[in-house]
Design a protein around this ligand. Structure first.
Ligand code: HEM
Length: 168
């Protein structure tokens, strides 16, 4: 059903130009993969921070804010270069199962990133700093842990509430 549309992509100016060039595909794919390295870094930075495995002195919303331009910028580069590569071999992509798996995963990952992940890293913590969950649990003085909630998954109200600078 979609095959005629895919075949049309290969007849576009950009599709034919890349197909007829001996170097364009390689250069664009290199940029595509460089952007993949950047997006991987931007995702890992915040995810490791959310897991409490790095940058622990920086509040989560601050890490999220600093990673955001790299995440969005590299995603834009991936989308542009991806579509350029695609336009030069759209029919091959149509018959490729990995391509369909990749596009479905990409759509799900983007939906998750800009809704749930954004909410837990920026919005929820901005609105309710005490909701921050520390994993692995931070060591606490004995006295503080007696009578308080179990530390794993429990709110820790005395940090970074004060160090957090809300965005405008
Ligand atoms: C975050 C998003 C994306 C990631 C992580 C990603 C990842 C990759 C990787 C790792 C490769 C190299 C595969 C290989 O040659 O073995 C690749 C190639 C490619 N990508 Fe993407 N990509 C993304 C977005 C897109 C988009 C949006 C499109 C097009 C609609 C696209 C189309 C292609 C095509 C056509 C190739 C060349 C496949 C081949 O060698 O025949 N990509 N991508």
């Amino acid at each position: 059903m979609l095959l005629p549309y895919f075949q049309w992509f290969e007849t576009t100016t950009i599709g034919t130009a890349i197909k007829n060039s001996s170097w364009a595909f390689a250069v664009i794919e290199s940029v595509h993969l460089l952007a993949l390295a950047v997006i991987g870094g931007a995702v890992l930075m915040l995810d490791l921070r959310l897991l409490g495995l790095g940058l622990r002195r920086q509040p989560i919303p601050e890490v999220a804010r600093e990673a955001q331009p790299w995440l969005v910028g590299s995603l834009i580069v991936m989308l542009i270069t991806g579509f350029a590569l695609f336009s030069s071999e759209a029919t091959k992509c149509y018959y490729s199962t990995p391509f369909w798996v990749k596009m479905t995963s990409l759509a799900l990952a983007m939906a998750f990133t800009f809704t749930v992940r954004r909410r837990v890293s920026v919005v929820a913590i901005r609105d309710r700093p005490s909701a921050i969950i520390y994993w692995p649990p931070r060591p606490r003085p004995f006295v503080a842990s007696v009578g308080s909630a179990p530390s794993v998954g429990a709110p820790v109200p005395d940090e970074p509430r004060n160090s957090f600078r809300p965005s405008g």
